[in-house]
Design a protein around this ligand. Structure first.
Ligand code: H2U
Ligand code: ZN
Length: 355
């Protein structure tokens, strides 16, 4: 890879990187970001939210759509989504006309998980001990939903911020439990199995160990977990959160590890908020073993955080043009994004250290 006598330099020259989890390429164009932080970094100070909002359909004691009313809950609260995208009683059917018009019925269940009764909080500002109860609930939901014959995959996720299509700032996430394995986990499962067949080891065990040795893409870590801007990141400040040991599902984490997961999520999301002094939007979610009864030994539990912000609270990455028609592309390198996140404080900008 040479340009008339100039050696290839990944910090200067356009190149492609392979995502081994999806086996897809991302185009990295670092030369476009040579002066990335010159512009004014705007921050959008959102109005402080009240702890209770009488108009919020997730706050304790409030009415939801239809007939339901939330109880006066005090910790984590889960309910069946009133506008569920998947329904449990869908009649089974498959059709295939000419291989061109292929459809299959899909059953499932959708739930909403309120992380806290306090409307004003976020995972970044909740006490880690409260988030630990969220982790416990995720494990319970995965076990409960996954045990049903109908359910073969449980997708736990959080959309945060209007930019990500989140309808409400109340701290909450969703669970979509489905009959089939969705596209993204299906790609990752195949790639992890393929890597295991070729190497006899787990792709993400090998990856996290190697990243910990190299250090340059680590954002933060604790004894059991590491948060990394992956080598193949598409979103500017995308991260992957991984247990260092081989675990296939949240329910296999020990009580201590669940506490550490809650802590590292708080530390990571605090860094995100501090980056542009904003309530940092993202979609995050866990990839864990499908619940269809197969073993999936090569699958390593992890969470992806996909945040769209690029240079400030108002400048965001859109997937347009080449990215829609060709493939994903990024300007700043994952290494420089990791360095920026790593250098940030873990004291949330809205929390007064003296109070
Ligand atoms: P989002 O903010 O990520 O959209 O999640 C909120 C979910 O809450 C959404 O899926 C559901 C929506 O269907 N919802 C209810 O179940 N009941 C309501 O009364 C309003 C919204
Ligand atoms: Zn609320």
């Amino acid at each position: 890879m040479t340009q008339s006598g100039v050696n290839f330099n990944p910090n200067e020259h356009p190149h492609r990187r392979l995502n081994p989890l999806t086996r897809e390429w991302v185009l990295v164009s670092p030369h476009r970001a040579k002066r990335p932080w010159q512009g004014q970094v705007e921050s959008v100070a959102g109005a402080a939210l009240p702890s209770y909002d009488p108009d919020c359909y997730l706050c304790p004691g409030n009415a939801r759509a239809g007939a339901a009313t939330n109880p006066a809950y005090e910790g984590v609260y889960v309910f069946d989504n009133d506008f569920a995208a998947l329904l449990p009683d869908t009649p089974a059917d498959v059709s295939n006309e000419l291989g061109l018009f292929v459809a299959a019925s899909e059953s499932g269940l959708c739930r909403v998980v309120c992380f806290s009764p306090d409307h004003s909080l976020t995972l970044s500002r909740m006490p880690a001990t409260a988030t630990e109860r969220v982790v416990d609930e995720w494990a319970r939901q995965y076990a409960d939903l996954g045990a049903r014959d109908l359910i073969n995959h449980v997708q736990i996720f959080e959309n945060r911020g209007e930019m990500m299509g989140c309808s409400n700032p109340h701290p909450h996430g969703q669970i979509w439990a489905s009959e089939s394995i969705p596209n993204e986990p299906a790609k990752e499962i195949a790639a992890q199995a393929g890597y295991f067949d070729e190497n006899g080891t787990c792709l993400l065990c090998d990856y996290v160990a190697e990243e910990l040795k190299r250090g340059e893409r680590i954002v933060c870590e604790n004894f059991s977990f590491a948060a990394i801007v992956p080598f193949w990141a598409v979103y500017p400040f995308e991260t992957i959160l991984l247990p260092k040991r081989h675990v296939g599902a949240i329910g296999e984490l020990s009580a201590g590890e669940r506490g550490e997961l809650a802590q590292i999520m708080k530390r990571l999301t605090t860094r995100y908020d501090n980056l542009f002094e904003t309530s940092f939007p993202y979609s995050m979610g866990f990839h864990q073993r499908p619940t269809d009864g197969n073993s999936y030994d090569s699958l390593h539990l992890h969470a992806h955080f996909y945040p769209p912000l690029l240079r400030s609270a108002t400048i965001r990455k859109f997937l347009v043009g080449f990215e829609l028609l060709g493939g994903p592309q990024r300007d700043i390198t994952p290494e420089s994004a990791a360095a920026r996140l790593r250098d940030l404080s873990e004291m949330h900008y809205l929390i007064d250290p003296n109070s």
